[in-house]
Design a binder for this molecule. Structure first.
Ligand code: GLU
Length: 305
């Protein structure tokens, strides 16, 4: 066999393998049901508060003049904030919360311009006026409160661990000694591992989806962040991934606003309270994060600090 024939044969085998993989991907794995994301026609519609005015908020005045809000979000967190690459549309619980707030504040939720901002860049984006508010699995804490303001919380998550389905040694954070653990730079889960479990080998990327890719290719042994986020990745690849152990922190999700815009922060607190009261919060949850199989919890009380 000449060298060229050998190369051609090898290429042929590769092509067949690639085609089979593609066909399998397109047709879905036997036995595992296709994972459904939020269906556009099942999402709640939020009535716009036409006469709403918030003259004390510079952020609101700018948005009102522009005609829509610019909202920071995540684009790779299933059921929470996910961007459809074909349509460019964002879906998920955080996205619905952002829309509910926009409608309450008198601006058409369907005109929101979403911008993907990674965990490490949220504070700067709010400080620079790049976004009006941020809704994306954003834990309220005292350190961040020095830089930005927080409305909420509107949901309570907890740090957890995602591992490969065949992993039996990692059941909680105390099993992470000497293991490679991936999280997002600038996140509270990253910081917690660094401080409380220093024998773990921490690996940081901008996003959790890159961590998950690294887990699937055996570059890391676990991914750590909030349970709400990890459940989404596990639901997409139930044969390959699982969430293990009990949550080991409290992550109250807030809506980030520019630090000194108290009028906006208070008005968003009002919007969240109104949404919980009129059922919009639960409708938003049921149509998005609820699809992961976890029934709607009671939302945490708003902290008007
Ligand atoms: N809630 C955590 C945080 O705000 C983790 C999720 C995230 O990075 O968005 O840091």
């Amino acid at each position: 066999m000449t060298r060229t024939t050998r190369v051609c044969r090898a290429l042929g085998v590769l092509l067949i393998a690639a085609f089979t993989a593609l066909a399998a991907g397109a047709c879905g794995k036997e036995g595992s049901p296709p994972v459904k994301g939020p269906a556009q026609d099942k999402l709640p519609t939020f009535e716009v508060n036409k006469d709403f005015e918030l003259p004390d908020s510079p952020t609101w005045r700018r948005a009102k003049q522009r005609g829509y809000f610019i909202v920071g979000a995540k684009e790779d967190q299933p059921y929470l904030g996910e961007k459809d690459p074909a349509s460019g549309l964002y879906t998920g619980f955080d996205i619905e919360i952002a829309k509910m707030v926009s409608a309450y504040l008198g601006l058409d939720p369907n005109r929101i311009q979403f911008r993907t901002i990674a965990s490490a860049n949220r504070e700067t984006a709010l400080q620079n006026g790049q976004i009006d508010y941020y809704v994306g699995t954003y834990t309220i804490n005292d350190n961040r409160k020095k830089l930005v303001g927080f409305a909420g919380p509107y949901y309570m998550a907890g740090q957890s661990l995602l591992v490969r389905a065949d992993e039996n040694d990692i059941k909680g954070p105390e099993d992470l000694d000497g293991k490679r653990v991936c999280s997002a730079a600038g996140s509270t889960p990253y910081q917690r591992i660094q401080e409380k479990f220093p024998k773990a080998i921490l690996v940081a990327y901008d996003t959790y989806s890159v961590c998950v890719d690294n887990l699937l290719t055996y570059q890391v042994d676990a991914v750590t962040t909030d349970d709400a986020i990890l459940i989404g990745y596990a639901a997409k690849l139930p044969d390959e991934l699982k969430v293990v152990g009990e949550p080991f922190s409290e992550e109250p999700y807030g809506i980030g606003v520019p630090r000194d815009d108290n009028a906006l922060r208070m008005a968003i607190n009002d919007a969240l309270e109104a949404g919980v009261k009129n059922g919009d919060w639960k409708r938003a949850y049921d149509a998005t994060l609820g699809l992961s199989g976890v029934p709607a919890p009671t939302p945490p009380p708003i902290d008007r600090y």
